[in-house]
Design a protein around this ligand. Structure first.
Ligand code: 5GP
Length: 188
């Protein structure tokens, strides 16, 4: 059985985080990729668990050394997927990477040859469900909600670029479907 890199993307509010947690619980032969960031740790966050926390200088040095599968800037901080960490993990396990659509396509374009990632897009059953889920997040004001919806529509418009598109209509069934995809791809 081969170890593969699985990239799971989907609009915010679609339930990716929960799905990935359940998937890792279900199958111990899967590992989660840990990203690097230049933002400061939040309370309770641990280095090497939630993120690898780097200084801006350390991060940019790694960029120069081609040390990231992909990286991006969000809210004034850098975030990236470390190649060496993913490589090490893949010696033992298949690796799950949860990043946005742009990041996922960057990995395929920049490092497709070495990592040959399987791209999986998780989508909501319909727009109404997505809006409800986004509204359920207490922190969202009207503008943030509109922005996230526009972003979600953009992400959904790229679905043809994905290897698999999975509708998250029922948490248990969706985890099962994701696991089936992983088992089938690992067996190829
Ligand atoms: P936070 O600071 O709230 O943990 O994350 C901020 C944003 O950075 C989120 O949208 C998250 O998905 C994104 N992010 C986290 N890790 C990575 C990464 O390795 N690569 C990219 N491109 N984005 C990331």
């Amino acid at each position: 059985m081969k170890h593969r890199l699985y990239i799971i993307s989907g609009p915010s509010g679609v339930g990716k985080g929960t799905l990935v947690k359940l998937l890792l619980k279900e199958d111990e032969s899967l590992a989660l990729s840990v990203s690097c960031t230049t933002r400061k740790p939040r309370e309770g966050e641990k280095d090497g668990v939630d993120y690898f926390f780097l200084t801006k200088e350390e991060f940019l040095k790694r960029v120069e050394e081609d040390g990231f599968l992909e990286y991006d800037e969000h809210f004034g901080n850098y975030y990236g997927t470390p190649k060496s960490f993913v490589r090490e993990q893949m010696k033992e396990k298949s690796v799950i990477l949860e990043i946005d659509v742009v990041g996922a396509l960057n990995v395929r374009n920049r490092c497709g040859e070495e990592f040959s990632p399987v791209l999986i897009l998780v989508i909501p059953p319909d727009e109404e469900t997505l809006v409800k889920r986004l509204e359920g997040r207490a922190s969202e004001d009207e503008n943030a909600l509109r922005e996230r919806l526009a972003r979600a529509k953009y992400e959904l418009s790229l679905k043809d670029k994905y290897d698999y598109v999975v509708v998250n209509d029922d948490l248990g069934a969706t985890v099962k479907r994701l696991h089936e995809i992983i088992l089938a791809e690992n067996a190829k």
